[in-house]
Design a protein around this ligand. Structure first.
Ligand SMILES: *Cc1c(COP(=O)(O)O)cnc(C)c1O
Length: 355
């Protein structure tokens, strides 16, 4: 008998029945395209939230290799992960130092805090200070020093590398864009700094006046297209794929899944795949999503469940248990079809996808 006792380590798990196909070339090409579209500015990369769900471990080294000089994350724990992946890169934490421990971590690692308030500025100086970034709020009213607070004495003591502001509606033709650009231009003239940065992905498409010395794309790196001007410049990077767990035949009148929201009117062959809303394939796709095999469309039937989705195998009769299918997940089209935002479609992708 080949008993392993209770103390023996279990064997490595077999491969999961779902995966995220990841196109490293497309990610690198997207960074290069955005860097080119940024004109004389360099493109950085927003890699918060595990590189928007794509997986920092696979995405960040590819971006670095493509030439990306600067990385932005939201949380300090995300900076820690990046230090292990790209130790020589410039890393900044957008949430800034909320505690003395955050400031001490920044001092010990060389990760730059983005200072968002006079209180954060003072906390950074109290910890010893050093190079940092400064976020000024020019109209989004979210995070950042308010224009009325710029006279605060603590701010005058900062050693500012990147002077940032963030656009509230760059994906629309809003008058807000020009108002924010002009306020940020004023800041560039009055606050000493090395590099100025305003544009996110959509802001890059607004033109030279928005570029400064550094742009900060996130969404478009990963295949998102927030403005029509970027159409054709951006390639799809990830695609959810899942294995067929079971195949069954339906007769007329048989219904599928919870609450029987789909009922067959003719004989059908269906497949149950290992992908569900717990993986980020939300119920928004119920009756709407399309899986594919060699280009053939296999529509989602009935409700998406937590761990499973049922698809119509009519166009691919040869498929059976263990065969793989991939979800239509071109982000602009998927956002249109599902009602979810391109950002949500990326960051939803669940922990069960091996990355
Ligand atoms: C997330 C983020 C970005 C990237 O925005 P995208 O719209 O994903 O390109 C840039 N700057 C800041 C401050 C951010 O929080």
């Amino acid at each position: 008998m080949n008993h392993s006792g209770p103390d023996a380590a279990p064997p490595a798990p077999p491969p999961a029945a779902l995966r995220l196909s990841f196109d490293a070339d497309a990610l690198a090409a997207n960074w290069r395209a955005l860097d080119r579209l940024s004109g004389t500015a360099r493109a950085a990369a927003a890699v918060k939230a595990d590189a928007y769900g794509v997986g920092a471990e696979q995405a960040v080294p590819v971006l670095r290799e493509a030439g990306c000089p600067d990385f932005f994350v939201a949380h300090w724990c995300e900076a820690r992960e990046l230090l292990g992946l790209v130790p020589s890169a410039s890393i900044a934490v957008l949430h800034g130092p909320l505690t003395a421990a955050d400031a001490a971590f920044a001092r010990a690692t060389g990760v730059r805090p983005v200072i968002n308030s006079p209180a954060q500025a003072q906390r950074w100086l109290d910890a010893g200070g050093g190079p940092c970034d400064l976020m000024v709020d020019t109209g989004i009213n979210r995070l950042g020093v308010a224009l009325g607070e710029l006279g605060d004495a603590a701010l005058a003591g900062l050693e500012i590398d990147i002077l940032l502001s963030h656009l509230a509606a760059a994906d629309e033709d809003s008058p807000c864009n020009e108002r924010q650009r002009s306020a940020w231009e004023g800041l560039r003239r009055t606050i000493p700094h090395h590099r100025a940065s305003l544009a996110n992905s959509a802001g890059i498409a607004l033109g030279d006046g928005y570029h400064g010395e550094l742009t900060r794309p996130g969404l478009a790196l990963y295949g998102g297209v927030p403005r029509r001007e970027l159409d054709g410049a951006i390639r799809q990077v990830i695609r959810p794929e899942a294995a067929i767990l079971q195949v069954r035949d339906l007769g007329p009148g048989d219904s599928v899944g919870y609450n029987g929201t789909f009922t067959a009117t003719r004989p059908m062959r269906i497949g149950v795949i290992a992908l569900g809303y717990a993986d980020g394939y939300l119920r928004a796709w119920s009756g709407k999503g399309v899986l594919r095999s060699s280009g053939r469309a296999l529509p989602v039937l009935g409700r998406v469940s937590m761990d499973m989705t049922v698809i119509d195998l009519g166009q691919a009769p040869e498929l059976g248990e263990g065969d793989w299918v991939s979800a239509d997940y071109d982000l602009p089209a998927a956002a249109h079809a599902s009602g979810l935002s391109q950002y949500e479609l990326l960051t939803l992708l669940g922990k069960r996808f091996p990355r």
